[in-house]
Write a new protein. Structure first.
Length: 317
């Protein structure tokens, strides 16, 4: 990897990165030419990470029929997420418009690719998923107690988990639905199928549900973060019950532009708070029973159907 590969964008930021659960593969968005970005894949060897596989270019029909005129952008690889082995990658691409230094509209296309060793090529895995409106918009009270409209793009809206026949994909968007939809790979149909209902959360005030996402390795646990200019942001954990994702115990405190990262088994979650005291990270662990000698700070208290104590506790800071 070299610094010249990076493609910083004053409007959208960048570049974006993804690391496989095994740590053997890194994906990064890079500049191809003045008009196109690509996705580069690096694999770990004894000497370090090396580029051994071909780049993934944006499909010719990406956002077909939409002109790339002045004041608009096409950003391939804005969101990246790798499978456990690094042989499957989900790529989220944006097409939209901007004015001065802010995005005014954005649509999202998600395409998953699978590495084929025999042909040494990246091939699409299933059809692409298109989301017309990916730009969130909320109204907040500013310092002078007047209403102010705030628009932006979620931090991480596309996340992939698993491998081979057990792939799970989660996507957050604003339209055609406002919330998070999970998809599971169907071996029979060779395409993505919706897994359960849309998760819309409980937006309180200016909180944006689905600002950041993560999945456990097996896709059974989903973490959904929210962004808020006030104290309304929370992290909500969901568990797959075979038909839907249902909330798993208490919400976890979040913050402005907070990010989430789950452990492979989904029993611990790290919450990044970039605007909290110069930037902090809280790690929470799921405990079934709080030991009497524990010095952990209890965030909240709930009980499950069996009456046993279950809650998310701060593990370290």
């Amino acid at each position: 990897m070299c610094s010249s590969c990076l493609f910083p964008n004053p409007i959208l930021g960048g570049p974006t990165f993804a690391l496989s659960t095994s740590g053997s593969t890194i994906a990064m968005q890079a500049k191809h030419n003045s008009f196109e970005t690509i996705v580069e894949i690096y694999d770990r060897e004894k000497e370090g990470y090396k580029k051994k596989r071909p780049s993934i270019h944006q499909p010719p029909d990406l956002f077909s029929g939409r002109e790339l005129a002045a004041g608009s952008f096409l950003f391939h690889g804005f969101y990246l997420s790798l499978s456990t082995s690094g042989d499957v990658i989900a790529i989220g691409s944006l097409h939209g418009t901007y004015a001065v230094d802010s995005v005014t509209s954005a649509s999202l296309t998600v395409q998953v690719y699978s590495w084929k060793k025999q042909s040494t090529t990246w091939e699409p895995l299933g059809g692409s998923l298109f989301f017309e409106d990916h730009l969130y918009s909320v109204t907040i009270d500013d310092f002078f107690s007047s209403k102010q409209k705030v628009e932006g793009l979620p931090l991480q809206s596309v996340v992939l988990a698993g491998d081979s026949e057990t792939l799970t994909l989660a996507v957050a968007s604003q339209f055609p639905f406002a919330g998070v939809q999970v998809y599971k790979w169907s071996v029979q149909r060779e395409d993505w199928e919706k897994a359960g209902r849309i998760l819309s959360g409980k937006n309180v005030g200016d909180a944006i549900f689905g600002y950041s996402l993560d999945l456990s390795v097996d896709g059974s646990i989903l973490a959904v973060g929210s962004d808020s200019q006030s104290d309304n942001a929370t992290i909500t954990i969901f568990e797959w019950n075979g038909a839907n994702y249902q909330q798993l115990w208490n919400p976890i405190p979040g913050g402005q532009a907070s990010s989430v990262s789950l452990s492979p088994d989904g029993k611990s979650v790290a919450v990044g708070l970039p605007f909290n005291n110069g930037g902090t990270t809280n790690v929470y662990g799921l405990t079934s029973k709080c030991p009497g000698s524990s010095s952990l700070f209890r965030v909240s208290f709930t009980t499950d159907e069996n009456g046993e104590e279950n809650q998310w506790d701060v593990r370290s800071m």
